[in-house]
Write a protein that binds this ligand. Sequence first.
Ligand SMILES: Nc1ncnc2c1ncn2[C@@H]1O[C@H](COP(=O)(O)OP(=O)(O)OP(=O)(O)O)[C@@H](O)[C@H]1O
Ligand SMILES: [Mg+2]
Length: 280
Amino acid sequence: MSLQEPILRVQDVRFRYDPEQPKYAVDGVSLNIKRGEFVAVLGANGCGKSTLAKHFNAILLPEAGTVLVEGMDTRNEDHLYDVRQKVGMVFQNPDNQIVATIVEEDVAFAPENLGVPPEEIRTRIDEAMKLAGIYEKRDAAPYKLSGGQKQRVAIAGVIAMRPDCLVLDESTAMLDPHGRAQVMNTIHQLRAAGITIVSITHYMEEAAQADRVLVMSRGRIVMEGTPEQVFSQTEKLHSYHLDVPQAAELRDALVKVGIPMPENVITPERCAEELYKLLQ
Ligand SMILES: Nc1ncnc2c1ncn2[C@@H]1O[C@H](COP(=O)(O)OP(=O)(O)OP(=O)(O)O)[C@@H](O)[C@H]1O
Ligand SMILES: [Mg+2]
């Protein structure tokens, strides 16, 4: 398989929880995720983000269309182990994902259960805990950790399986700003290590840090582009019940009262830069 082959290839996927009902939770989605990319997925409550994400590692199988993980069809049961190993999932609530009473035992849980040789487990869990920024807490009891630390333990547990792609489904939603910043920091570390990231989030500031943003509405992808492209379309985003990052909101407010600001201002740093230019 060539390196150019997308890690995830989703073609015309449709899915209903109840085949008796006409409503599709995912209603015709096609997308490719490239190797090493960091993609953020946005969309109002109930638009189908989690349902789509669960198709990425065969937790759900499409009713129509196909999902290919590194060329492997998720519907092929022979590939299930490989698909789950290649695409790891992290969910919202770290308490539901932590099973052991000591951090490093928790991180070792999945590789131990999936038959990774014991001599390799030590290397893997140390590597995973370091990447997730939780190595210093390896002997701690998870219940004593902060939300952000717990979520990084959960991430380390998935990383210990050495996935090529990590899907985070609102994994910062229950965290305070400090915890969110810690998890975002970990995401950037994982990316630097070559892991592909798909992050579902309700925080526009987080999406602004991605390479690409997908916006969903009613089971479909309705916007797609770089954060700069997507977040310069304030009105359209509002029509999907989404906000823009605060920096973009400030830019819009300034433009409205006649102060010139470029469209690609979506981070506090860029906003400060432009304001500084204006003040000079
Ligand atoms: N297990 C389920 N059984 C039946 N219907 C479901 C189930 N999970 C989700 N749905 C429905 O499918 C649709 C899409 O839900 P989904 O959870 O994928 O949305 P979401 O974009 O992740 O929302 P949120 O932002 O609230 O997490 C919604 O109408 C939801 O009510
Ligand atoms: Mg969801």
